[in-house]
Design a protein around this ligand. Structure first.
Ligand code: SAH
Ligand code: SF4
Ligand code: F3S
Length: 444
């Protein structure tokens, strides 16, 4: 029988903020079981990877990492694979990486104590996948929040949209909303811990519907925005199909709701959107953008775009570029299409060469950089409230963030910087395409 020499763990997280927040729950659960977190694989007796499967590269990363460290199995160390790759691959993980001992969907941290006990007793292969149906996955009081200035709250799990390219409905299961009373309880607890910024999380936050009181997403936003002590509320991600005007009205009504909306468009071509099963047209999308642009505060808009979806023609791509020019986003996350297991897009004929996809991606990046250069430079001279996130003594700067989610690097020559979470008023003195430069006028 192999025994675990000491109870230390190393955890690395891949993927989105939902995964980062799941890891906070896993860390809390492990610590409750007497484990201590360490900073490297070398120091740990248990090595956990919380994985992402959204694109092939993300999935490969974890198998590379496992391969790099597999020699440590001989030293008695154990490996656990959690999260979306685990959920997708299940027991296949054991054949792809035979030195792994535990495979578990990230939400099965509830089952972790029992699985850890089996691991400690010497069991070699333990699987604990999620049924991904119940509300149970949302909350645990064992959460150990790692972000010093932002408290994450999951309000909705899973996804029922089944866009033809996407694995998420398969890895995170069916869509289910959490009750607003439990969301508000958690938000109050976070505020009591001293957090002033909250980020509401979900694959589609605006599909939210309270199973008990029938509060919709805008009503929940308004309620969170009015909580004592909360100064900033963000939310990720919104789906255009379910984006309603009352969300913009809520942002208008409550200044604590950040002036930022992330609204993934994926493509500017009606034909491609249809093939992706996104359930909206470019016109529908642009109507929502017009609502956002008509708000009283200037709301910063960001998006996700997939380049090289199967069958994307040069004309389709031109339409995406036109949409980019119309919306003038502050930030675009662009991805090359990646074929994923189980997804219907696998059946589509993909004739686009890698070189052509690369070329389109570069055209998009260049154009977007130019748009952002102009957008960001408009802030020069503005007085802005920012929140401190970090300190870089070498560059004599503190990194901060605006309500619009823009990075503002603030000149700071003193050795001691304000703590993360501190608010400052800064004057913007210069702009780059991805960040602003400012000087402190006063702390708030
Ligand atoms: N629920 C969100 C997105 C979640 S995944 C939404 O619907 O907007 C984050 C982003 O990854 C997506 O917006 C998409 O742009 C990208 N993505 C998802 N699957 C992909 C794939 N197979 N290939 C390339 N990019 C993909
Ligand atoms: Fe994936 Fe589409 Fe669901 Fe977003 S809405 S998670 S892209 S299936
Ligand atoms: Fe990746 Fe799973 Fe998030 S696939 S993007 S970690 S939901």
């Amino acid at each position: 029988m192999t025994t675990v020499p000491d109870k230390t763990f190393y955890l690395e997280t891949f993927g989105c903020q939902m995964n980062a927040h799941d890891s906070e729950k896993v860390i809390g659960t492990l610590e409750r079981e007497g484990y201590r977190r360490v900073e490297s694989e070398e120091e740990a007796s248990l090595i956990l990877y919380n994985t992402c499967s959204v694109r092939d590269k993300a999935e490969q990363k974890v198998f590379h990492r496992l391969n790099d460290y597999k020699f440590m199995r001989k030293k008695g160390k154990r490996f656990a694979v959690l999260g979306c790759v685990a959920q997708q691959e299940g027991e296949n993980i054991f054949s792809r990486a035979p030195y792994v001992s535990l495979v578990s969907g990230s939400a099965s941290y509830r089952k972790l104590p029992e699985m850890l006990a089996r691991l400690e007793a010497g069991e070699e292969r333990i699987t604990g996948l999620d049924d991904r149906q119940s509300e149970e996955t949302f909350d645990t009081d064992a959460t150990n929040r790692q972000n010093p200035y932002r408290g994450y709250i999951t309000i909705i799990e899973g996804c029922d949209k089944f866009c033809t390219y996407c694995v998420v409905p398969f890895t995170r299961g069916k869509e289910r909303s959490r009750s607003s009373s439990s969301v508000l309880d958690e938000a109050r607890r976070i505020a009591d811990q001293g957090y002033t910024e909250i980020q509401l999380l979900g694959q589609n936050v605006n599909s939210y519907l309270d199973p008990e009181e029938k509060k919709n997403f805008a009503e929940l936003l308004a309620a969170v925005g009015q909580l004592q002590g909360i100064r900033r509320v963000r939310f990720m991600t919104s789906h255009p199909k379910d984006f309603t005007r009352d969300i913009v009205e809520a942002i208008d009504a409550y200044p604590t709701l950040c002036d930022q909306v992330h609204l993934p468009v994926q493509s500017g071509s009606a034909r491609v959107l249809k093939a992706m099963a996104r359930e909206y047209t470019p016109e529908w999308y642009l109507e929502r953008i017009a609502w956002i642009k008509a708000a009283r505060r200037k709301i910063s808009i960001s998006t996700d775009i997939i380049v090289g979806f199967p069958g994307e023609t040069a004309e389709d791509f031109v339409q995406t570029m036109e949409l980019l020019g119309q919306v003038e986003y502050d930030c675009v996350f662009s991805f090359k299409y990646s074929p994923r297991p189980n997804t219907p897009a696998l059946a589509l004929i993909d004739t686009l060469s890698e070189a052509e996809t690369d070329k389109r991606l570069q055209v998009l990046l260049d154009r977007q950089r130019e748009i952002q250069r102009i957008n960001y430079s408009k802030h020069i001279g503005e007085l802005m409230e920012v929140m401190v996130e970090g300190h870089n003594p070498v560059r004599a700067q503190i990194s901060t963030r605006s309500s619009q989610n823009k990075t503002v690097n603030v000149t700071w020559s003193q050795p001691i910087a304000p703590a993360p979470g501190t608010y400052l008023q800064v004057r913007i003195t210069a702009a780059h395409p991805n960040s602003l430069i400012g000087v402190v006028e006063s702390s708030i």
